[in-house]
Write a new protein. Structure first.
Ligand code: ADP
Length: 299
């Protein structure tokens, strides 16, 4: 039996892509698409040529997160053309093909696999440095086929996104074991929504109302600012989810995979995602952007 013609076609198509990164999560709603979108923005801002492929077929949120809602894909004799945010950031998603964004895609495995295969085979990315693949959550049949197809041309590895609580981490362990089993290197784990960190300017001080009386919160913060500025992030950060068992970092040590870092919950990041913007473009995402930037540097 000769080589699978689909695998050969995909390998040929993706020969112009230098690095392929798969973004995975054990569960939905942990911020995988947000991370994929911001990773792509960050790589593009570093002047790389970037492609973002959204194969989360049941919940394609990438068009919205990149500010591309309502856009169409075009076909040329070279294949399907991605939709471009910038000349060096192209995006492909099933979301572009749905007539109505409210349409639920309820497809069975083989049809989903068919579309994923077609995406990998027919999208004309051109010469690019990075292809970021936003995969569906969990470990399903689709994942096995994605990995098989990507492995034919070499895949750099997977980044796994999780939240700090045990229910999410249990699924991440499964995800890591899946990667080990199918031979995809784990580039690392990102702990998202890790505490709620508020910049000091956002803190509402309790004013006593009495003129001349020192406001207690401001007074305490001033002392910390002066004597131990490194503690500011601690006093302005509250844990949202229970991470008393050590969170993702401890799990990474146990499982022998790299821990890439924590991204706090940041209302401004959520807003940037809703509005399809990069969180690095201005100073608004002061709680999450520095964390994301340091993670991107490790990738
Ligand atoms: P997934 O792809 O894992 O299903 P999403 O990326 O769609 O998750 O994120 C779910 C929601 O949470 C989105 O509204 C997103 O903007 C928001 N979100 C993700 N990460 C953060 C964060 N660190 N702070 C605030 N909101 C976030």
């Amino acid at each position: 039996k000769g080589p699978d013609p689909d695998v050969v076609a995909i390998a040929e198509r993706l020969a112009t892509v230098k690095h392929k990164i798969l973004v995975l999560s054990g569960k939905g709603g942990v911020g995988k698409s947000t991370f994929s979108a911001q990773l792509s923005f960050a790589l593009a801002e570093m002047e790389h040529q970037v492609g973002l492929l959204d194969i989360d077929i049941c919940g394609p949120s990438i068009p919205k997160m990149l500010g591309l809602e309502g856009q169409d894909i075009h076909q040329s004799n070279l294949g399907w053309s991605p939709v471009y945010v910038e000349s060096n950031l192209g995006v492909m998603s099933i979301g572009f093909m749905l007539p109505d964004p409210d349409d639920a895609v309820i497809w069975r495995g083989p049809r989903k696999n068919g579309l994923i295969k077609q995406f990998l085979k027919d999208v004309d990315w051109g010469e690019i440095d990075y292809l970021v693949v936003d995969a569906p959550p969990g470990t399903s049949d689709e994942h096995i086929s994605i990995v098989q197809y990507l492995q034919a041309t070499g895949i750099d590895g997977a980044i796994i996104v999780t939240t700090p609580q045990q229910v999410s981490l249990i699924d991440v362990r499964k995800e890591i074991n899946f990667c080990k089993k199918v031979g995809v290197p784990v580039l690392g784990v990102v702990e998202n929504m890790s505490g709620l960190r508020q910049p000091l300017s956002d803190l509402r001080f309790v004013k006593s109302g009495e003129p001349g009386e020192t406001d207690a919160t401001e007074w305490a913060l001033n002392i910390i600012r002066e004597k131990a500025p490194e503690l500011l992030s601690v006093v302005t950060c509250s844990e949202v989810f229970d991470s008393s068992k050590g969170g993702a970092e401890k799990m990474c040590i146990e499982m022998g995979v790299p821990f890439l870092g924590k991204v706090p919950m940041d209302p401004q990041l959520c807003k940037a995602a809703e509005e399809g913007r990069s969180c690095f473009a201005d100073q608004k995402c002061s709680a999450s952007a520095p964390a994301l930037r340091s993670i991107v540097k490790k990738v």
